[in-house]
Design a protein around this ligand. Sequence first.
Ligand SMILES: [Zn+2]
Length: 80
Amino acid sequence: MTVNIDGSGRVVIPKKYREEFNLKPDSTANLLPSPDGMGLVLFRLTPKCANCGSERELTVIENICLCEGCKKLFKYKLNK
Ligand SMILES: [Zn+2]
């Protein structure tokens, strides 16, 4: 699929790929050189719990993402 780069360097990700990879406005992604150095690869970033990797019921505390279970676990351990 061919895309155009505008004068400010912006590329529109075709709707087909935005839907397929669940890329929504204000999504965060990583853009990295491809392993062969011939292009760029875009990786969608999915927030995950820093402790267990869960993607559900997340809260950000001081820039650390925690799920509800880990938040309760750490709260319990801190209060011991
Ligand atoms: Zn967790």
